[in-house]
Write a protein that binds this ligand. Structure first.
Ligand code: DC
Length: 202
């Protein structure tokens, strides 16, 4: 059985948490596609050329705790603008989506470009303030000394770049169900996502 769930949305909207919970609930595999771009971004920060880094990307490169920093997030958003970088990462994502037993992929262009025929599509959003506050709390909990304003500017800058790029911009697929998590607890957001996917399975 294959069943593909596409979960897209802007930075820190809750995609990651929702995707992991949904995958665990249905017993599906989960791919955080942002990690692919973060891994390429990290290689560029280390001096490699973006396209070559994307073409040589190894799944082992995703197992790196250092990919979660704001600097790597910005670098990821910058390399994500390059069409050849995106093209180099398509096959890996599409193969993952087709795996036996079901798959959840979260990112920016899963429902529009990578898996336009996904069985269920969600577009997870929240206000910029809300998303920046969540990211701020996540980073300070890890011991990072950073101001809320800096995180807010970062989130807005990354969204603007992700939304305005020419190739695979961040935009909801026409058939995606919108889920605004601004005023939802994590449990409520996950419950709504599960209900949306259950409806698609029927
Ligand atoms: O989901 P994330 O914050 O880890 O993503 C980091 C960056 O990677 C994001 O700002 C844009 C890019 N990205 C993308 O262009 N397409 C995806 N499917 C996932 C991420």
């Amino acid at each position: 059985m294959t069943f593909t769930v596409a979960i897209d949305g802007p930075a820190a909207a809750g995609k990651g948490t929702i995707s992991k919970a949904v995958a665990a609930h249905f017993g599906f595999a989960h791919l955080d596609t942002g990690l692919l771009y973060r891994a390429v971004g990290a290689k560029v920060l280390a001096g490699e050329a973006a396209i070559a880094a994307a073409e040589a990307l190894d799944p082992a490169d995703l197992e790196n705790d250092d990919l979660r920093t704001p600097a790597v997030a910005q670098a990821a958003s910058e390399v994500a603008v390059i069409p050849q970088v995106r093209a180099a990462l398509v096959a890996f994502q599409q193969n993952f989506a087709r795996r036996e037993g079901g798959a959840v992929l979260d990112g920016r262009d899963i429902g529009t470009v990578i898996c336009p025929h996904a069985d269920a599509k969600l577009f997870v959003t929240a206000s910029a303030d809300c998303r920046a506050m969540r990211r701020f709390e996540e980073l300070t909990a890890k011991g990072m000394d950073i101001a809320f304003e800096t995180v807010l500017v970062d989130v807005k800058e990354r969204d603007a770049r992700d939304r305005s790029r020419a190739t695979a911009p961040l935009v909801p697929a026409d058939d995606a169900v919108l889920l605004d998590t601004s005023d939802l607890t994590i449990d409520d957001a996950v419950a709504q996502a599960i209900a949306i996917i259950e409806a698609a399975r029927r």
